[in-house]
Design a protein around this ligand. Structure first.
Ligand code: NAD
Ligand code: ZN
Length: 378
């Protein structure tokens, strides 16, 4: 099954995700928020809507959404959670579910996640377990969530033992990505999200990577190239999800840079020292360098991949993380905790070149730790 086509209509890019009775469309484009009320009305004419959002998004983007639902005559309520990764925890699921029950959200109603990946993952999980599953709509407002977390149905929260260890697969009924919402997103967050766009090219599509190389400046400036970049990244991810919804194989390629990245996020306490996308950028650079070390990837290919990330301003080395020096042993301990570790053997996504990632099982932990130590002292 190929990746879905991008279909343009009314200035919006539409990507159809085909998953049988769980199929849905991702719509992407400027000014979409004002049309969401009407779109939801035609999708589910009788549904009431519970918006779940965080304080930053509510302040920057909330009014437009509430107006749009109001104009379409949709009964709605707003549940606001604190911003930040710390919100992605089990207690917060209880809080959100409790508020959804108070609002009498039922099976025919909709829960609408309005925010970044934190709000999307938390809200999708809450919707997935409320009354054994109510419909949910994703309105991602960060670049990361528009290209990555809102597509594919993985939802959940973090545990003390590691990231994303508690969750369910729960596909949205629709995704509305308003590219105008990105205008209030802090620049650092936009850049971090771009790491997931580059990831799509680096893992499986050298021609997309070439296009990104040519259009990088205009993607960062906004406009049509930005919409196209988001749509192409969504379509590529949707293609992978269609072929492997529950990550039995190919979907694991989307974890390129994430095993190293999660290790780095863990040792920096999931704090503002290192945003998720920054960890992924460093992790992808490490995956390419590790692939070179293992004789799997030519040096110049790895160098081109890393140079692309560097040109955007993303970090590509552990030493670029601000604050106290990190220890290879601590990073390794965190990597072992990661859910991708099976019976002591490490699974990494490595690359034979740009667009040629593959799943490497049975990677030797001792060798990886030596590599990390060499990376830190380099
Ligand atoms: N489910 C998946 O498949 C998947 C995939 C990738 C990442 N994730 C998860 O996504 C999370 C990261 O998501 P994120 O990077 O979107 O972070 P985030 O949700 O924390 O948002 C980043 C910051 O930007 C603010 N913000 C969001 N949109 C804004 C806007 N339009 N204007 C102003 N401020 C805005 C938020 O309040 C927050 O402070 C991580 O928890 C990660 O594990 C999930
Ligand atoms: Zn990610």
């Amino acid at each position: 099954m190929m990746s879905p086509e991008i279909k343009m209509a009314d200035g919006l890019a539409n990507v159809a995700v085909s998953l049988g009775d769980r199929s849905y469309t991702i719509s992407i484009g400027p000014g979409l928020t004002s049309k969401v009320g009407a779109k939801i009305k035609s999708l589910r004419p009788r549904a009431r809507v519970a918006i779940v959002t965080d304080e930053n998004v509510a302040a920057a983007q909330g009014a437009g959404l509430v107006d749009s639902l109001g104009a379409a005559g949709i009964e709605h309520t707003v549940i606001t959670v604190p911003p930040g990764e710390a919100t992605k925890r089990f207690e917060m699921v209880g809080h959100v579910v409790d508020r959804l029950l108070d609002a009498r959200i039922e099976r025919g109603d909709l829960v609408l996640a309005h925010g970044g990946g934190v709000v999307g993952d938390l809200t999708g999980f809450a919707a997935g377990i409320l009354r054994r599953g109510v419909g949910f709509v994703q309105m991602p407002t960060t670049l990361l969530s528009q290209v990555d977390s809102s597509v594919g149905g993985k939802t959940g929260v973090n545990a003390r033992q590691g990231k994303n260890l508690i969750g369910v697969f729960h596909q949205p009924v629709a995704v509305f990505a308003d590219t105008t919402a990105l205008e209030t997103l802090p620049e650092r967050e936009f850049l971090a999200g771009y790491a997931e766009v580059a990831k799509i090219g680096l893992l499986g599509d050298a021609s997309f990577m070439g296009w990104l190389d040519q259009h990088r400046a205009s993607i960062f400036a906004g406009g049509e190239d930005r919409t196209e970049a988001i749509a192409r990244a969504c379509a590529a991810k949707a293609g992978i999800v269609q072929r492997d919804e529950t990550e039995q194989g190919e979907r694991a390629l989307l974890n390129l840079g994430h095993t190293f990245g999660h290790g780095l996020e863990a040792v920096t306490g999931y704090s503002s020292r290192l945003l998720h996308g920054e960890g992924v950028a460093i992790g992808m650079a490490m995956a390419f360098r590790y692939s070179v070390r293992k004789g799997l990837c030519p040096q110049d290919e790895a160098q081109r991949a890393i140079a692309h990330l560097q040109a955007t301003g993303l970090p590509t080395a552990v030493a670029q993380i601000p604050g106290p020096a990190l220890l290879a042993r601590d990073i390794m301990t965190a990597i072992r905790q990661d859910k991708k570790v099976q019976r002591g053997a490490l699974t990494f996504i490595l690359a034979r070149g740009i667009g040629q990632a593959f799943i490497a099982r049975d990677v030797d932990p001792t060798d990886v730790e030596e590599f990390i130590a060499a990376e830190i002292s380099a």
